[in-house]
Design a protein around this ligand. Structure first.
Ligand SMILES: [Zn+2]
Length: 431
């Protein structure tokens, strides 16, 4: 069996309290003052003095076992005998001196998994400490299931996806695979800021570049952020989630075998996925609702004018199915009243939006448009899509041609309580 080495190292379940016990000194080879907390699947050894926190970590890990099993189709009976030892290190030197951190391991800043053992360095936030334990725990669970590792983007993306979590200690309730509500919920995590900064600076990698990451890419923190985003997107987009699930249902290999097979299965849809990825990554933010960010781009119908399109204000980007030829100029006229919030009372709005509140520099609720096309060729970087304010009406130039897509201007995490539709009429512009 191949041993895995990892350098950085949706569902909601709750469970009964896991029996844990503390043990300060009686273990052979465990230095005085260290604690050993024993769970069914995790034995945690640490020099951290806070035993209650250590017990919480073990309980969280035990609840995570059910999530890992459900997501990776490992029946509970099969995982019943799986057990991992984790070392949470406050003073790394004491672990080195006692032989609990072998010098044969490479230097790692945060965490590391090797067979049935994982190491995590102590973190300044309780959230990030649990995050690293769940990240390494995901590697360990996958190593147990597959007996080998997959390509770096998949392994690190899965570990980051499932480690991004919400833990309610009093209820023993764990949500894995969340998009955090705000940065205060996930201190020291920082993945969204990295993505937004690189996107703004024109440095965002293409989707293919992420899938091509080699075994050294994850020496950089941004590779974790992008692997997380790619797994989040590809595991949920209607065009790719079947192939993603199929990949996890087979065997994994550390080279490009799985990625190539995945890409081959999606070859026909890949140009549309590139475009959906650009829109998705532009919408990715704290509190984002991934289910409302997944544009499916249908084949275009030739544009016959006049035409009418109806937009649901509770959804993100929506494809019109209408293709504009290069150089076309069309007039859009929008009608309809809808609500963009319910508190303290319904905020009634038209396609011009409400100027009481702005989002990304435009009135909240304003109708916006973009013209996109399946992207046939990989570009060096992921670029944001240019959007156009429509409001109650505008003339839309279409220099390069493409499909008209529409939505209202609001964060995706706030779309769920909207009610209503906008009717958009499309007419030719007299030259
Ligand atoms: Zn990792």
């Amino acid at each position: 069996m191949k041993t895995l080495i990892h350098p950085l190292c949706i569902s909601v379940l709750s469970c009964a309290l896991v029996a844990v016990r503390g043990n300060a000194q009686s273990e052979i080879g465990i230095p005085a003052g260290f604690h050993v907390i024993e769970g069914d699947h995790l034995r945690l050894i640490s020099d951290m003095p806070d035993q209650a926190e250590l017990s919480q970590l073990v309980q969280c890990f035990e609840v995570a076992m059910d999530h890992w099993g459900n997501l990776l189709d490992v029946p509970r009976q099969e995982a019943a005998g799986w057990k991992c030892t984790a070392y949470l290190m406050l003073d790394r030197k004491r672990f080195e001196q006692s032989g609990l951190l072998p010098d044969s391991l490479p230097l790692f800043p945060y965490g590391f998994q090797y067979g049935d053992r994982i190491w995590v360095t102590e973190q300044p936030s309780a959230y990030y400490r649990r995050h690293l334990l769940l990240h390494e725990g995901t590697h360990w669970f996958m190593w147990r299931k597959y007996g080998g590792m997959g390509p770096p983007w998949l392994m690190e993306g899965m570990a980051e996806w499932l480690a991004t979590h919400r833990w309610e200690a009093s209820e023993q309730r764990l949500e894995m695979g969340i998009i955090p509500r705000d940065k205060e919920e996930v201190p020291y995590w920082g993945r969204i800021k990295i993505i937004q900064d690189q996107l703004a600076e024109g440095l965002a990698p293409s989707l293919e570049d992420i899938l091509r990451y080699d075994g050294t890419a994850h020496q950089r923190v941004d590779a974790y952020a992008w692997s997380w985003a790619a797994v989040l997107f590809l595991s949920q987009h209607p065009d790719s989630r079947g192939a993603f699930r199929q990949m996890l249902g087979g065997s994994l290999k550390p080279d490009a075998t799985n990625t190539r097979a995945f890409f081959r299965r999606l070859h026909a849809r890949w140009p549309a996925l590139r475009t959906a990825w650009r829109l998705w990554i532009s919408d990715l933010d704290y509190g984002a609702d991934a289910s409302r960010m997944l544009l499916q781009l249908p084949d275009c119908k030739p544009l016959r004018l006049p035409a009418t399109v109806t937009i649901d204000v509770s959804q993100g980007w929506q494809a019109s199915g209408l293709c504009l030829p290069p150089g076309a100029r069309i007039r859009l006229t929008a009608e309809g009243r809808f609500t963009v919030a319910n508190e303290p009372r319904p905020w009634v709005c038209t396609a011009d939006g409400v100027t009481l509140e702005y989002y990304r520099g435009r009135p909240l609720g304003q109708l916006i448009a973009a013209i996109v096309a399946p992207q046939a060729q990989e570009s060096p970087h992921t670029e944001p899509v240019s959007t156009i304010a429509v409001g109650a009406g505008t003339v839309l130039p279409s220099a390069n041609g493409g499909q008209l897509i529409l939505r209202i201007n609001e964060a995706t995490g706030s779309l769920h309580d909207n009610r209503g539709t906008i009717t958009v009429r499309i007419n030719a512009v007299d030259r």
